[in-house]
Design a protein around this ligand. Structure first.
Ligand SMILES: Cc1cc2nc3c(=O)[nH]c(=O)nc-3n(C[C@H](O)[C@H](O)[C@H](O)COP(=O)(O)O)c2cc1C
Length: 196
């Protein structure tokens, strides 16, 4: 089987990582694969933060977990409160990944999410081919909306016209190789129109 197709079929999300940091050359190759992704209008507007700070990853990942939990309980328009971080049971949505890619894109662009997720998939496939595990963590609410997050955005120079789009966790898997995922997809509906 061709290597690209093999990666597509065998890639699985990794949610437990070894503490070892991702090799720098591998990381640069993986990012280059992300930057090569198709993007709407070839505007190439995404901004990527590579966070290897355990503190930042822990806080933003926990903010994300809190928001998802609140959203599932009470729907949209939920906010981050300082108390939300107090529970010792709160787990980061980024698990223990040593590297987290945080993607940002323009708020008022129709294809921001599409661009972000296609970029993310390129990242996951390139990572797989270099022996690096990954998991897409979809941003559905503002994980940077508390004081801590706003300070980060300012420090990183993320414009106010941008929002977070998607995260990708990266690291070496502590899970072992997973089997190919069983598919629930139905067979394709063929409509073949051939000229005689
Ligand atoms: C849009 C999107 C959002 C996702 N969000 C999360 C997430 O928040 N947390 C997580 O652990 N995995 C997340 N995933 C990974 C999926 O759970 C995973 O791809 C799916 O269960 C199939 O498993 P596989 O990736 O191992 O084939 C997300 C994937 C996509 C495409």
């Amino acid at each position: 089987m061709n290597e690209v197709i093999q990666n597509m079929r065998q890639r699985r999300s990794v949610r437990h990582y070894l503490p070892r940091q991702v090799d720098q050359n591998a990381l640069e190759e993986i990012l280059a694969a992300g930057y090569a992704a198709p993007n709407a209008g070839n505007r190439q507007q995404l901004l990527v933060v590579v966070s290897q700070s355990a503190e930042i990853n822990d806080h933003v990942g926990k903010a994300h977990s809190v928001l998802i939990h609140k959203f599932n309980r009470s729907g949209p328009n939920v906010k981050l409160e300082t108390d939300d971080f107090a529970s010792p049971e709160l787990r980061s949505a980024f698990h223990n990944a040593p590297t987290v890619l945080m993607l940002f894109g323009p708020k008022n662009f129709y294809f921001t999410d599409a661009d972000g997720y296609i970029f993310a998939e390129n990242i996951c496939l390139a990572a797989r081919s270099l022996g690096v595990g990954s998991c897409i963590v979809g941003e559905v609410l503002e994980a940077f909306s508390d004081g801590y997050g706003r300070e980060l955005l300012q420090k990183w120079g993320i414009p106010e016209t941008y929002r977070s789009v998607v995260f990708v966790t990266l690291g070496y898997s502590a899970e072992g190789e997973k089997p190919e995922r069983p598919n629930k997809y139905t067979p394709p509906l063929w409509v073949l129109e051939r000229k005689r």
